[in-house]
Ligand binder design. Structure first.
Ligand SMILES: [Mn+2]
Length: 520
């Protein structure tokens, strides 16, 4: 009997990590993470102009507003800049977090009114602004200057007429890493200010940048990975009142996995808290202390709980839409108002994870049609929207996640345009079979091996949890070692077979594929 390659290669546990490193093409160099590897911030186009303008404002005691965004990346971006200015002795800065449930994305009339009433002349956007051509034009007309810091895709033909723009995606920007989150861009800005002003950047800023970056699902490679790994390795230095507060209601963080989960949990908490008039519960939670902080925390926890129940309801509904779906792209217009506006993107992502095809979810919102689009790496939904822009009022985003606003009477024309683009530019690769990083025995999925894998953290886009092939195993055998994720592929109850599993946490795997074991 011929031995099959795999069984002769009954990999010992030590082998597991080296198999994964090899499968992913990592070398020793790519596993080193050191803040000294961060590029020189002067490579950012316009960063000198940004510094100059903020310094002038600081000396002149000018009122200034940080215009944020109501997701964890926007909240952390706002908080990092706000706090840094406070620590430098800035006295007249405030923030404004728009509420996407009340107004469309970007600079809208609510913010314009706020600026007018407060008599503010200087605005710094964080995690947004690059698509705010009209908003910036209006602010300019009021005599304001707008500094844009953003990480979203630049549309060169509608670049806002801002005082200056800091965005790694600007064509002329020499900064080598383009995939920073909004918080990452702000972190690089304060590192630069800190250098020029001789004022320290507190280590906890890396913590908040990691929270924003993980929440924004930026690729966990390059600088994003360096920043998050720095937090995992130096967590003991990342102290501020909020981190200490959160740790009090958290179990001890013993491992890098625990810290990684703590970062995600913190992001989930501050994803809640939208209010009116530029206020935000999560921002107030971050900035307050003592009893007020504790109360705001309770409010956020409550909202998080409600949100999670709502999410479960939506996922169940999306399941009914996705079951037996046939087609190479998915579109759903939520006429019946089942999906709340803030969950459109989440609902679209859910469908992409299930069906692996480009997905659009639309609904009426404030008299317009709004849409969130999502897709896998085999498509570029932002290019598709750009192609259809004559039908859209406003659009923006990234390759795999973008959104737009349009007037309803353009819907049919838009769909036709989108479909045309898709016919010419989307080639789904159905033949792609599930690949894996390593082969192992089911008993290798143990705690000690997981701990060794922690050098590969943080998991995220382009650096997912390891996928492992286990040959000639059964449901009972896997279950005797580790728990099975309910969302994975169902395993036959008795039959033995070859399974590819995603190793998600020390004691949880999700089955991605299964086939009967091949015997000669
Ligand atoms: Mn962002």
């Amino acid at each position: 009997m011929k031995q099959d390659d795999a069984s002769s290669n009954q990999c010992s546990s030590n082998d597991l990590i080296s198999q994964i490193i090899k499968a992913r093409g990592y070398d020793a160099q790519s596993l080193i993470t050191d803040l000294n590897l961060l590029p020189d911030e002067t490579l950012f186009a316009n960063i000198d102009k940004v510094e100059n303008r903020i310094r002038t404002a600081l000396y002149a005691n000018e009122p200034l507003v940080i215009f944020g965004h109501d997701d964890p990346d926007g909240i952390t971006s706002t908080f990092i800049l706000y706090n840094f200015l406070t620590s430098c002795g800035y006295q007249k800065h405030c923030y404004y977090i728009p509420n996407r449930n009340l107004f469309p994305h970007g600079i809208q009339s609510d913010f314009i009114n706020f600026v007018r009433e407060k008599g503010i002349r200087l605005i710094i956007t964080v995690d947004n602004g690059i698509a705010a051509y009209d908003g910036v034009t209006q602010l300019n007309a009021m005599g304001c200057e707008v500094i844009i810091t953003d990480h979203h895709i630049v549309q060169p033909d509608v670049l806002p007429p801002a005082y200056t723009i800091m965005n790694p995606q600007l064509p002329e920007c020499q900064y080598p890493f383009k995939q920073l989150a909004g918080a990452g861009v702000v972190l690089m800005l304060i590192r630069y200010l800190s250098r020029l002003w001789n004022h320290p950047v507190e280590p906890v800023n890396y913590f908040w940048t990691a929270v924003g970056s993980l929440a924004d699902k930026v690729p966990m490679i390059g600088l994003n990975k360096i920043i998050v790994r720095y937090v995992l390795e130096h967590f003991a230095e990342m102290q501020d009142e909020t981190v200490n507060f959160l740790l009090r209601s958290y179990n001890r963080l013993n491992t890098q996995t625990d810290i990684f989960n703590f970062l995600h949990n913190t992001a989930h908490l501050i994803a809640n808290g939208r209010e009116a008039d530029g206020q935000h519960t999560a921002m107030r939670f971050l900035l307050q202390s003592g009893e007020a902080k504790a109360q705001l925390f309770e409010e956020l926890e409550h909202q998080k709980y409600e949100w999670e129940s709502e999410l479960n309801r939506i996922f169940k509904f999306m399941d009914t839409l996705a079951t037996d779906f046939v087609g190479n792209w998915f579109v759903y217009y939520d006429d019946e108002d089942v999906i709340p506006y803030p969950l459109l993107g989440t609902a679209a992502t859910y469908i992409v994870n299930k069906l692996h095809i480009p997905t659009l979810i639309l609904k009426n919102h404030n008299g317009n049609t709004v849409c969130e689009g999502r897709c896998s790496e085999d498509f570029n939904i932002m290019s598709a929207f750009t192609h259809c822009k004559k039908h859209l009022k406003q659009f923006g985003g990234h390759r795999q996640a973008a959104g737009f606003t349009m007037s309803y009477n353009h819907y049919d024309a838009f769909l036709e345009c989108f479909n045309n683009y898709l016919q010419k530019n989307y080639y789904p690769d159905n033949s792609a079979k599930i690949s894996y990083d390593a082969e192992a025995l089911v008993t290798d999925l143990n705690y000690d091996n997981w701990r060794k894998l922690e050098i590969l953290l943080p998991w995220g886009q382009l650096n997912p949890e390891p996928t492992i092939l286990i040959r000639n195993t059964s449901k009972a055998e896997i279950n005797s070692c580790i728990s099975l994720d309910n969302n994975g592929k169902e395993l036959p109850s008795k039959e033995k077979g070859d399974a590819v599993v995603l190793w998600k946490t020390p004691n949880l795997v999700k089955v991605l594929s299964w086939q009967p074991h091949f015997k000669e």
